[in-house]
Design a protein around this ligand. Structure first.
Ligand code: 16G
Length: 245
């Protein structure tokens, strides 16, 4: 970054000029995914722009998804996010989906334990008085890019020992003969709040997809009630339609 070429007169507001210059550096590959940007005060010193102008220019690129800001560590060029096409007609797990694509899964736990159920969990899981619920909350990533936040609730009768789940939940259920065979899934639009956006490494307010899945055993017993937030810039959900009879 240098002070050359910033032009008070013609080329639009100064923050837009900075925005354009950083976007060009990313497009040309001079700045690569994961590269860190200088601190706001250093960028202001290098360019001769005010800190307010630098902040506005950087914020515009964060909103556009080209830069990410991580609290405490700075501003980085956003990792390249490839869009994934996900079939909606098959009941698969996150781990299976990624393995099929030859990708490696990472999960960061937010919470994992047994609790007294909330009213919506009682309803969705068909719990009785005194029943407990196992909650598994994690950020699911693939190849280092966070893709979804998953909040799964299971009856304690299905999963009395949630701390035993360290990798794939469906693999644990399968090993116990409790793998779900059917599910109902609901997808709706959601703008990500500040906390969820930070977990997914995107700017607050960007579009996400909220997915609710209730899955069942062959007997009809509910196995899980899972609420997920998927990154809107990473997923295409596809389903095959047949002519109505
Ligand atoms: C999928 C499911 C989720 C399930 C998880 C298990 C959606 C929207 N959700 O992400 O309901 O709990 O897989 O994955 O597809 P795991 O076996 O890798 O833990």
């Amino acid at each position: 970054f240098s002070a050359d070429g910033f032009d008070d007169a013609g080329a639009g507001p100064l923050y837009v000029q900075l925005h354009r210059r950083i976007a060009e550096a990313i497009a040309s590959g001079r700045l690569k995914p994961g590269d860190s940007l200088p601190a706001e005060r250093d960028m202001a010193a290098m360019t001769g722009l005010s800190r307010v102008t630098v902040r506005k220019g950087v914020e515009a690129l964060v909103t556009a998804g080209q830069l990410v800001q991580r609290r405490g560590s700075g501003t980085f060029v956003a990792p390249k996010v490839e869009r994934l096409e996900q079939a909606l007609s098959l009941l698969t797990s996150f781990t299976e989906d990624m393995a099929r694509r030859g990708r490696v899964v990472q999960s960061v736990w937010i919470a994992r334990g047994l609790h007294a159920p909330a009213p919506e969990e009682v309803m969705a899981l068909g719990l009785g008085a005194g029943d407990r619920v196992a909650r598994l909350e994690r950020v699911r990533s693939s190849d280092g890019v966070p893709l979804a936040i998953e909040r799964a609730s299971l009856p304690a009768s299905i999963l009395p020992d949630p701390e035993q789940v360290t990798g794939s939940l469906y693999a644990v259920l399968e090993a116990r003969g409790l793998r779900p065979v059917r599910a109902v899934q609901r997808i709706s639009a959601a703008n990500l709040g500040a906390k969820d956006a930070e977990l997914l490494d995107v700017a607050p307010g960007v579009a996400g997809l909220k997915i609710e899945r209730v899955s069942y055993l062959p007997s009809g017993k509910v196995v899980e009630f899972t609420r997920s937030l998927y990154r809107g810039d990473a997923y295409d959900f596809a389903v095959e339609l047949k002519l109505a009879p």
